[in-house]
Design a protein around this ligand. Structure first.
Ligand SMILES: Cc1cc2nc3c(=O)[nH]c(=O)nc-3n(C[C@H](O)[C@H](O)[C@H](O)COP(=O)(O)OP(=O)(O)OC[C@H]3O[C@@H](n4cnc5c(N)ncnc54)[C@H](O)[C@@H]3O)c2cc1C
Length: 291
C-alpha cells in the first residue's frame, strides 16, 4: 500500500518544528527515525497532513552525565545507547536491553524520543524509563515541561503529549550504589517484540537488598513499575525463598489479556518465571559474580 499524500518539512530548530505542528492544527506528525511512523503511514493507519522531520535539528543526539542524571537527547539512536560507555557504567540495565530492540538496521535509525513517544507496550525503552524514574522533557508552543515517566504512558501507543509538543531530552537519574541489576525478556525470535520482560536494579545494605526498583512490560497496555514486588525485595536477601515470593507477587500484580500471540495466563506465568531468573542474576551480580 502507498501512503496518502502529505506535506513534508525538515525544520532546523525546535522552535520551527513546534511552529510547523501548530500550523498543522493537530494534523501534524513528528518524524524521528521513522521506523514506526513510516509503516503506520504506509498502511494508512495514520494520515497526517504534514510530517515534521526533526532529524536536522542540532544538539538533540547526545548522552551526557549532568549531576546525578544521564541526560539523553531525543534523537539519540538505540545503537548509540547500546555502545555508550557512559550508559554501560551508569545505566547498565539499558545497555543490556538494547540488543533486544528489533534488529540492527532498525536500531541504527530508531531514536529514544521516538520509542518513548510511540509508547509500544512491548518496547524496552519505555520500561526502562519507568525503571529508572526518568523525566521526559518536551517543548510546545507554551514552553517546556518535564513529565515523569509514570505519567507519560497513557495506554497502548498513546502518550500524554499535546499534538504540538516535541520530546527533546530524557533525564535518567543514576541509582546510587546499585550493584544488583538484571534484564530478562522472552520473544518468539531474537529481535521480535517481547512477549514479556522484566528489569530490576537494587543496592545492597548490610548484605540485604535496598532501594529496589522493578519494572515490567508486555503484560499491560503500558509498562508498569511494580512497587509491591519492590517491597518484597527490600530488606530481603536474593535467595530461593525471596525469589519464590517475588515471583508470586509479580504475577499477582499483573492481569495480562489474551492476544493473537499467547494467552494472558501464559504471560502471567512467564513474567513470574522471568522475575525469578532476574533476581537470581541480579543477586549473583551484586555479590561480584558477574560484570
Ligand atoms: C520490524 C520492527 C521490529 C521492532 N521491534 C522493536 C522491539 O523489539 N523493541 C522496541 O522497543 N521497538 C521495536 N521497534 C520499534 C523501533 O524501535 C522504532 O524505531 C521506535 O519505536 C521508534 O523510533 P523512531 O525514532 O523510529 O520513531 P518514529 O517512527 O519517527 O516515530 C514514532 C512515533 O513517535 C513520534 N515521535 C518521534 N519522535 C518524537 C519526539 N521527539 N517527540 C514527540 N513525538 C515523537 C512520531 O510522531 C510517531 O508517532 C520495531 C520496529 C520494527 C519496524
Amino acid at each position: 500500500m502507498k501512503p496518502a499524500a502529505f506535506d513534508y518539512v525538515a525544520p532546523e530548530s525546535l522552535e520551527q518544528a513546534v511552529q510547523a505542528l501548530v500550523s498543522a492544527n493537530g494534523d501534524g506528525k513528528v518524524m524521528a527515525g521513522g521506523q514506526s511512523l513510516m509503516p503506520l503511514i504506509n498502511f494508512r493507519m495514520t494520515r497526517p497532513a504534514i510530517v515534521v522531520d526533526i532529524l536536522r535539528i542540532p544538539r538533540l543526539a547526545s548522552i551526557e552525565l549532568i549531576g546525578d542524571s544521564v541526560a539523553i537527547g531525543a534523537l539519540t539512536r538505540h545503537i548509540d545507547l547500546e555502545f555508550s560507555h557512559l550508559i554501560a557504567e551508569k545505566l547498565p540495565v539499558m545497555a543490556a536491553a538494547m540488543p533486544h530492540v528489533a534488529h540492527l538496521a532498525i536500531r541504527n535509525r530508531g531514536t529514544i524520543g521516538g520509542s518513548l513517544a510511540h509508547a509500544d507496550p512491548a518496547a524496552e525503552l519505555p520500561m526502562l524509563a519507568m525503571l529508572y524514574g526518568a523525566a521526559i522533557k518536551a517543548q510546545g508552543p507554551n514552553g517546556r515541561r518535564s513529565i515523569p515517566a509514570e505519567e507519560f504512558f497513557v495506554s497502548a501507543l498513546t502518550n500524554c503529549l499535546e499534538p504540538e509538543e516535541i520530546v527533546f531530552e530524557i533525564d535518567f537519574p543514576v541509582p546510587q550504589g546499585h550493584k544488583g541489576w538484571a534484564f530478562e525478556e522472552v520473544a518468539r525470535r531474537f529481535g521480535d517484540f517481547a512477549l514479556a520482560s522484566i528489569a530490576l536494579t537494587f543496592a545492597l545494605r548490610h548484605g540485604r537488598i535496598a532501594d529496589a526498583r522493578v519494572a515490567a512490560m508486555g503484560i499491560a497496555d503500558t509498562p508498569l513499575r511494580l512497587r509491591e514486588a519492590e517491597g518484597v525485595l527490600n530488606g530481603a536477601d536474593g535467595g530461593a525463598e525471596t525469589a519464590a515470593r517475588f515471583a508470586e507477587v509479580v504475577r499477582a500484580s499483573v492481569s495480562p489479556a489474551d492476544d493473537i500471540h499467547v494467552s494472558g495466563k501464559y504471560r502471567k506465568h512467564l513474567i513470574g518465571a522471568l522475575a525469578e531468573k532476574a533476581l537470581a542474576a541480579a543477586w549473583y551480580r551484586a555479590a561480584g559474580g558477574a560484570p
